[in-house]
Design a binder for this molecule. Sequence first.
Ligand code: PLP
Length: 386
Amino acid sequence: MTLAELQELEQRYAVGTYVRNPVQFVRGEGALLWDEDDDEYLDFLAGISVLNVGHCHPRVVAAAVEQLGRLTHVSNLYYTEPAMRLGKALADSSLGGKVFLCNSGAEANEAAIKLARRARPGGEVVVVHDAFHGRTYGALSATPQESKQAPFAPLVPGFVIAAKTPEAIASAVGERTAAVLIEPIQGESGVHVLSDELLLAAREACDRAGAALIFDEVQTGMGRTGTLWAYQQTPVVPDALTSAKALGGGLPIGALVTGSKLADALRAGDHGSTFAGGPVVCAAALVALEICSDPALLARVRKLGEWMRASLAELAGVSEVRGRGLLIAFDLAGGRSAPELAQRALLEQRLVVNATGPVTIRLEPPLIVTAAQVEEALARLTRLGL
Ligand code: PLP
């Protein structure tokens, strides 16, 4: 179908929750995408940090296709090997406890909130300014952004908002606190790296209060920042973390991973989801997790990220660069509009990037991006007058 035909269908039949760019993608490979006219695009968004292994990674595709042809779904009333193996791989890769599988980032955070409340019944969940944890009611209640919350009040009670300072977090946490839920790097609000001091203050406050420190690694995990999990570059180990996005190598999955302390807090019947831990997505995730754990790949992510940030900082049209590894954002100087620049990048330069705010552009290429592709992306940005 042509783009015009799709737009007509959207207008007539799609609930209007998304603002789409006028491009139809039909094919992807590595860090490249093609539209219906076979024009090639450089993808520096990776489906919002989902395609960390690149589009259609042959090993991910093979694992998913093989599993799809053998057994697609049986529910969690029975055992399947991919789900059990993925639980072990996730726990071994991080906190060593137990794993609850689900289908998205919001769902992973819902599970985390329930875990925390199970451990401390009736307890509060402390979140920080500018956080984004998802759109379902629990996750939305943990996302203190007026525009996202206000139309849907009343929200779930028991969420406390703290400013992003060590002092504010320390004073927000007390004996009523069940958990502090926090992104080590806030992706959706424009890639704000939270300081080690702040994370340490959260760790200490949780230890003092007997509360759980939960890292939302939905965007920062799976190698995005140059280690498999972002907490591994901080002085803090959380009690649990959530993952999603890149975990499925392009297919939908989420996970809550606990440390030993919270491993048995949720019990039989406490939580569940029909599709959770399905064999096809778990087979894909096992491969994606293995690829993203490769030390050589992670070293490249750190090196390419440093180079990209340094190169962006030299551009006259850029006022600030933030990030870690290949989770990068920059602010535009001189009041230029980021949404407008992102659309021009797409339509004029065939470069896929995304605006997270009025002046902020976010870059999240697949982790397998080549140095030549990074150079090309920088050249295309420069051609837009940066
Ligand atoms: N948490 C973080 C840090 C995210 O960046 C996102 C999505 O952008 C979510 C949670 C929600 O994930 P999902 O869209 O898969 O529900």
